[in-house]
Design a protein around this ligand. Structure first.
Ligand code: ADP
Length: 304
């Protein structure tokens, strides 16, 4: 569905993308995960033909973005990070404007507007001016605008930044429904839990380079820190000597104890601490997370 090869983009001296490559399978939700400034928006703008590249190739539906930007755009729905709505117009009038821009007209456009408003859960507010909407509602209308022409590929750039939980849930639901309908999605975010909840395949991008990619399961399996969390009232030094512990790091109110086999360590710790009569306040398996994948690969937290 999409093939990005060795993309390079500079803004003056600033190198925003350094040889970025990834592929997106038809019908999947692909997560582009990385901190602010990593290069996610730049990659999306290049894929949608909004901005040019310095080097590399981008093929969408087998077509080259440099040669066939127009036919590609007709089948892609792009939701940029910045809202592009007319505040004084109603949601409906905004959608008429965007629909016509995408070449949808007349009865078909009216039908599609009803359908997308239903999809984003704002049918009852369709006639109100957009300026009366919350940030999350505006974001949902912005997404609705990108769906009017029934795109095969939908690209969403950080769609949940700064919005209320209700709108966030609506957006999640909508993405799952689009996927069920066979639409391919690219979703950029710096929220790992969103990628974990929505995406099949992921590219982690940092300082303009893809530092890891693959299925969520593979990345967790290969890179996630495997550990047990332990909180005890006694001497924490004792935890370091338990067989199987490879590394001990302060974590929350207790310790993160890394081990090749955290499940065995959990059993070992429980028995060991009981034997030493060391009171245990908490002892639990740490769920492998993308947070720890990022930490392991970059040495920093994604939220830094
Ligand atoms: P992200 O979407 O991951 O937050 P961006 O693609 O927006 O990252 O930005 C990548 C880098 O390129 C950042 O360092 C950013 O400051 C820089 N950048 C983005 N757009 C421009 C621009 N129009 N002019 C100059 N620098 C830019």
């Amino acid at each position: 569905m999409l093939e990005v090869r060795e993309l390079v983009k500079k803004y003056g001296e600033k190198q925003a993308l350094r040889q970025v490559s990834f592929e997106v399978k038809a019908g999947s939700c692909f997560g582009l995960l990385g901190p602010n400034g990593a290069g996610k928006s730049t990659a999306m703008k290049i894929i949608t033909g909004v901005t040019g590249m310095d080097q590399g190739t981008v093929k969408v539906f087998g077509l080259d973005i440099k040669k066939d930007a127009d036919p590609i755009r007709r089948q892609v729905g792009y939701v940029p990070q910045d809202l592009t709505l007319y505040d004084t117009l109603s949601a409906q009038d905004n959608l008429i404007f965007f629909g016509e821009m995408y070449g949808v007209r007349g009865a078909e456009l009216r039908k599609r507007i009803r359908e997308v408003l239903e999809k984003v859960g704002l049918s009852d507010r369709a006639k109100d001016p957009v300026k009366s909407y919350s940030g999350g509602m505006k974001r949902r209308i912005n997404i609705a605008a990108a769906l009017l022409h029934k795109p095969r590929l939908v690209i969403l750039d950080e769609p949940t930044v700064g919005i209320d939980p209700q709108s966030r849930n609506h957006i999640f639901e909508m993405i799952r429904e689009l996927k069920k309908d066979g639409v391919t999605l690219i979703y950029s975010t710096h929220y790992m839990e969103e990628v974990e909840a929505l995406c099949d395949d992921i590219a982690i991008i940092d300082h303009g380079s893809v530092i890891a990619q693959g299925s969520l399961d593979r990345l967790l399996d290969e890179y996630a820190i495997k550990a047990v969390y332990a909180e005890t009232e006694g001497d924490p030094e004792a935890l370091k000597t338990v067989p199987g512990v490879t590394k001990t790091t302060p974590f929350g109110k207790g310790w993160m104890l890394e081990a090749a086999d955290p499940l065995s360590l959990l059993a070992e710790l429980s028995a060991d601490l009981k034997e030493r009569q060391q009171p245990i306040k908490a002892l639990e398996l740490m769920r492998p997370s993308l947070e720890s994948v990022f930490l392991r690969l970059t040495g920093t937290s994604l939220r830094d």
